[in-house]
Design a protein around this ligand. Structure first.
Ligand SMILES: Cc1cc2nc3c(=O)[nH]c(=O)nc-3n(C[C@H](O)[C@H](O)[C@H](O)COP(=O)(O)OP(=O)(O)OC[C@H]3O[C@@H](n4cnc5c(N)ncnc54)[C@H](O)[C@@H]3O)c2cc1C
Length: 516
């Protein structure tokens, strides 16, 4: 069995694991990160897209509120390319408690969360689609944060500073010598090869899989898994993040992300990190709640639904009934203190907005154990954007318009303006030629037609670049999965068109029925 050794092995390539790996690399530690899927295949690629101002948590979770307020500013400084500065509004609708806004505003001031009251008329001038019956409105520093862009920039920064990121590699076993973890057995999922990686320290940053990973070291983590579903509307009726001014609850935020507006979320306890099926009631509920904030949503097309799973720490097995009541702040467990097992730290929960802070706290602990004096540099080290820009559709358009007519690029995905050369470059840049990985990298097929027209063209390119290439059926099934819960009205028509193009014209394999 091939072996390799490093100082730090990070398990999990979401924002938390990549954040830890980047921080450790900047402190001069030799790092390998292994991720079982692609970048963003876990919760970090299945989230709501909100760069929190902190406002949401000022009453329910003041620590989180403060952390978000600080990290919001840090991220604007180090990763401006991944952020759209939409700004945010907290608005009181007739359905919200009348005494809440004053309490909420006082808490913002006490915690240092920037908030400014404006009149309802001013709010409606800023966002004409808002419910005209709102009574109070406050401006906050919410934004939208493109996690794909951030994760790619983190990966590039890790590699630049000497670290390694191994995608499609799964940790299957942790090897313990007396009371210390000494190595991990890692499976290369493409080839099936098993590699042993020895390390001085191990980080379990596997998000909703944290319990399963800890169990490889025979440690039980009392984690409850909580699924949240979201619906993307095909257009952007608001350009500011809109929050209900009330205690955090289901369906009370609308986030404009790229060309869409995302309604979310629900909260449902699930058993597995992969339990991401969306129930019809969740879609109905999110649309109904969204209409309380923006009534015209009733006349717009929902484009796609997806869900992410968060791990919530439940140290005492008390039945709180509603998972909303469980704290959402991040948890760092040093298993030497907790379980007498040296060389392993688990970090999970928290927010994507606070990933850098979580990483800093974990890496401080690693340095303490390893006797390393280096300090954290991530707060003042800009993350340079990668050559690919993800949500910036106007940038792509400007680039296309700037080209002369004779070398005008072939546009393969018209909705997201993805060109043939970008797809070819993405396919050549990785060892996998999975179209779904290309999608996460370029937003291929993520626009209003949901790959109705670009998937077969992209599959053709994948076949040319790396035959047989592409996995067209898997790619289509993934797109289809997000449309099935919305299979009525305009979305059903769109699905029917897609079905006919692929099943009848191109004779691909079957797709699930919309009713499934
Ligand atoms: C519905 C929902 C909405 C949210 N919205 C927001 C929001 O708007 N703003 C915000 O700031 N935060 C939000 N969050 C929180 C945020 O998404 C998470 O805090 C963050 O993405 C967690 O990242 P992570 O790296 O810890 O986990 P993940 O992103 O899940 O990463 C864990 C990774 O570990 C990998 N892995 C698992 N097991 C193994 C193994 N054995 N070997 C190798 N790799 C393995 C997985 O494939 C996965 O990629 C939301 C969360 C949910 C659930």
């Amino acid at each position: 069995m091939p072996t390799l050794s490093t100082q730090l092995l990070v398990i999990g390539g979401g924002s938390t694991g990549l954040g830890v790996a980047w921080d450790a690399c900047l402190r001069g530690i030799k790092v390998v990160l292994v991720e079982q899927g692609d970048l963003g295949q876990g919760t970090s690629g299945r989230y709501h897209g909100l760069l929190h101002s902190g406002g949401r948590y000022v009453i329910s979770d003041p620590t989180s509120a403060r952390d978000c307020a600080v990290e919001n500013q840090v991220l604007r400084h180090i990763a401006p390319h991944a952020i759209e500065d939409t700004g945010g509004l907290f608005v009181a609708t007739p359905a919200d408690p009348v005494d809440f806004p004053d309490r909420w505003f006082a808490a913002c001031q006490e915690l240092g969360v920037s908030a400014e009251e404006i009149t309802a008329t001013e709010a409606l001038r800023l966002e004409p689609a808002l419910n005209p019956r709102i009574s109070r409105a406050f401006r906050v520093q919410d934004g939208s944060l493109d996690s794909f862009d951030l994760l790619h920039a983190l990966t590039a920064a890790i590699k630049r500073t000497g670290g390694q990121v191994w995608l499609k590699h799964r940790v299957e076993k942790l090897i313990i010598n007396v009371n210390t973890i000494v190595a991990a057995e890692v499976r290369a999922l493409d080839t099936g090869e098993l590699i042993t990686i020895g390390a001085d320290f191990f980080i379990n940053a596997t998000g909703p899989w944290a319990g399963q990973t800890a169990s490889l070291a025979e440690i039980q983590l009392p984690i409850t898994l909580d699924k949240g579903s979201m619906v993307a509307m095909a257009t952007r009726p608001v350009h500011t993040v809109i929050n209900r001014c009330r205690l955090p609850s289901d369906g009370d935020v609308i986030v404009p992300v790229g060309t869409v507006a995302v309604l979310g979320t629900t909260d449902v306890e699930v058993q597995q990190p992969t339990d991401i099926t969306i129930e019809p009631w969740e879609v109905d509920f999110l649309l109904a709640q969204g209409e309380i904030l923006v009534p015209q949503l009733a006349h717009q097309r929902p484009m796609r639904a997806w869900a992410g799973v968060r791990p919530l720490y439940r140290p005492n097995k008390v039945d709180l009934g509603n998972t909303r009541e469980l704290p959402r702040s991040h948890i760092i467990l040093d298993h030497a203190d907790r379980d007498g097992l040296h060389g392993l730290i688990s970090v999970f929960s928290g927010k994507l907005t606070t990933f850098r802070l979580m990483a800093e706290q974990v890496t401080d602990l690693v340095c303490k154990h390893m006797g390393i004096a280096a300090v954290c540099l991530t707060g003042e080290t800009p993350l340079t954007p990668t050559s690919r820009s993800f949500y910036k559709l106007p940038d792509r358009l400007a680039k296309l318009e700037a080209t002369t007519s004779h070398d005008f690029p072939q546009v393969i995905c018209e909705c997201e303006l993805v060109t043939r050369s970008a797809i070819e470059e993405a396919l050549r840049a990785t060892s996998t030629h999975d179209l779904d990985d290309v999608r996460r990298g370029l937003r291929l097929g993520m626009g209003p037609c949901q790959a109705g027209f670009c998937a077969y063209r992209a599959a053709g390119i994948a076949h040319e670049v790396a035959p047989p290439g592409g996995s067209l059926t898997t790619f289509l099934e993934e797109r289809w999965r997000g449309m099935v819960p919305l299979g009525w009205g305009h979305t059903l028509r769109q699905m029917e068109l897609m079905r006919r193009v692929y099943l009848e014209l191109l004779q691909t394999h079957s797709l699930p029925e919309p009713t499934e």
